[in-house]
Ligand binder design. Structure first.
Ligand code: ADP
Length: 159
């Protein structure tokens, strides 16, 4: 069975990777969909994020990657997937994620959202926290794969 794992992944963290690995173990196939949101100015271009994810997930079985703009349900339909995977870190995620899941059901009633609770040691981890640390020269190698840590250092080096 294939699940769609949509997100910004700006950048991918070990929390995302954990979810991808567990999604692959549970469902067999995970299609990672990188959102190109015209309302947000990402730190990494969609091409860079796709490259980072491709490299980080190369050893995970049943993993594929795409990008999309617009509605997640349309991306899912275009890829013949009707199940979406999302992660829950804390109650603060829950309210937003529930709202999105209900909204997606109103757009397409065939559409199911599966939530996986994060591993406790990843529950503090978010792309924003990683960027905040990197911006001020902190170490991020325990939060993201090493080449993403290097990308972050590169992007913030002139600030
Ligand atoms: P979005 O902008 O769509 O929230 P993110 O890249 O921030 O994109 O997150 C994508 C998905 O991954 C969301 O479901 C989010 O809850 C989940 N996620 C993010 N960080 C973690 C983490 N540390 N552990 C588990 N899931 C996570």
């Amino acid at each position: 069975m294939k699940v769609l794992y949509p997100g910004s992944f700006d950048p991918l963290t070990f929390g995302h990777l954990d979810l991808i690995q567990r999604g692959s173990n549970l469902f067999g196939e995970v299609l990672i969909a990188v959102l190109e949101n015209p309302l947000k100015k990402p730190t990494f271009s969609v091409e860079r994020r796709l490259k980072q994810i491709r490299e980080a997930t190369s050893s995970i079985k049943g993993c594929s990657i795409t990008s999309f703009t617009g509605l997640t349900v349309d991306c899912a339909r275009a890829n013949q997937v009707n199940m979406i995977l999302r992660g829950l870190r804390a109650m603060s995620d829950f309210e937003y994620e529930l709202q999105v899941a209900h909204t997606n059901r109103t757009l397409d009633s065939e559409f199911e959202t599966i939530f996986l609770a994060t591993e406790t040691h990843h529950s503090f981890l978010s792309s924003s926290v990683v960027k905040e640390v990197a911006r001020f020269g902190g170490e991020t190698r325990h939060m993201v794969p090493e080449f993403i840590s290097n990308d972050l250092r590169q992007i913030y080096k002139d600030l």
